[in-house]
Design a protein around this ligand. Structure first.
Ligand code: TXA
Ligand code: MG
Length: 361
């Protein structure tokens, strides 16, 4: 068996989301994976982008930079390519993917936009916003990629390399973050290579990404609802809408609840080292993930220290977050102590990822 996809027959709207509650076994019983592919890593110049587009056309798997994090792309319309993608990531099959397209015209072939969705698309695309919308009748995205839902997640990325790749390929590309399922999202090509060498065909190296945290996901089915805080701060969306966004129910991100965006599984972003949040001091053998200029008690004895942003800049902190977690995770520390990060603007997404990291795997 290639994958364990179980498209559901009872199709729900996205935020009643027709996924069964994930079981512990889903994580232990990940998809069997063929390793041993020759994974090429190429600087993302014009020739490499053309090669990547061909590779996608042939059903291959290509990792590429977006402005948020590196994505692992497959032809959205080809179920076997999507199956390979789930397989390469070891991703639980109940977790649907984001379709990436080049422009609004392409987006409208896939999803139905109401007035609000159009307004948001015009305001924020291309950029780090994903909209969950009803599928069109002729939606070309494979059922496997949407986990059998009636809705589809879609975004137009802003990164010049992603745009060039989408233009050269000519269709929709589904792309989760280019890491093994459960690992921290990659912000450099080296992170991708560390997780996926031997499992995918090609990595386009476009350097470090700018935003560093995944896109904000908004369901636009009736009242817009924030499913995942991300690279576009909530406040900017609320400014365009002219009112506050509906919040998902409090228990949406606990392991026992039906996840809203299925990827909101509580322990999604987990380093191997335990993570201790809101640390005001550093304990023996701990590494420190700092924020701001003030050093907490015991910082001088920390096994390693990385500062998300000495000046307290949340954009800089978001861009550094996943890379620094990886660096500290490699220190064999007893735990990673994390200083508090303010909760406004990009801080909401940063705190969301940190909370998940702290829940372990
Ligand atoms: O910034 C990003 O969004 C990156 C780059 C590569 O574009 N992609 C990314 O994809 O973070 P991924 O697969 O790691 O996260 C996609 C999230 C998952 O939590 C998934 O459950 C949710 O989108 N999702 C996809 N389709 C959905 C749908 N129809 N309804 C609700 N949530 C959906
Ligand atoms: Mg991910």
């Amino acid at each position: 068996m290639l994958y364990r996809a179980e498209p559901r027959s009872d199709k729900n709207a996205a935020y009643s989301l027709g996924f069964r509650v994930p079981q512990e076994a889903d994580f232990e019983d990940l998809i069997p994976v063929k390793v041993g592919l020759k994974t090429q890593i190429l600087p993302a110049d014009e020739a490499a982008v053309a090669m990547a587009a061909r590779c996608l056309t042939e059903g291959g798997l290509v990792a590429f930079p977006t402005e948020t994090v590196y994505g692992l792309g497959a032809d959205a319309a080809r179920a076997p390519a999507v199956a390979r993608l789930y397989e390469a990531k070891g991703r639980p099959s109940f977790n649907p993917l984001i379709a990436h397209v080049a422009d609004i015209a392409a987006a409208r072939q896939i999803a139905r936009f109401d007035r609000t969705a159009l307004k948001l698309a015009e305001a924020f695309w291309p950029g780090p916003l994903t909209l969950v919308l009803p599928k069109t009748a002729r939606c070309p995205v494979a059922e496997l990629a949407t986990a059998g839902l009636d809705t589809v997640a879609i975004r137009i990325p802003a990164h010049p390399i992603t745009k060039a790749l989408l233009r050269a390929f000519g269709g929709a590309v589904v792309a989760p973050s280019a890491n093994l399922s459960g690992h921290v999202s990659p912000t450099t090509a080296a992170h991708v290579a560390g997780d996926l060498t031997g499992r995918i065909d090609l990595i386009l190296d476009g350097g470090a990404v700018a935003v560093g945290i995944e896109s904000t996901i908004l369901a636009c089915l009736d009242e817009p609802m924030l499913l995942r805080p991300g690279g576009l701060p909530r406040e900017e969306i609320e400014r365009v809408l002219g009112h506050a966004l509906q919040r998902p129910p409090e228990d949406a991100v606990t392991d026992n609840a039906q996840p809203l965006a299925p990827g909101m599984l509580a322990s999604h972003y987990a380093p191997r080292t335990p993570v201790r949040l809101n640390a005001s001091h550093v304990e023996p053998d701990e590494a420190l993930l700092a924020f701001g200029h003030a050093a907490p008690e015991g910082a001088h004895a920390a096994k390693a220290v990385m500062n998300l942003s000495e000046t307290g800049d949340l954009g800089e902190a978001a861009a550094n977050l996943f890379g620094y977690l990886r660096i500290l995770d490699a220190e064999s520390a007893r735990a990673i102590a994390v200083m508090g990060v303010p909760h406004h603007g990009l801080g909401e997404a940063i705190n969301d990822r940190l909370r998940r990291a702290a829940m372990g795997r």
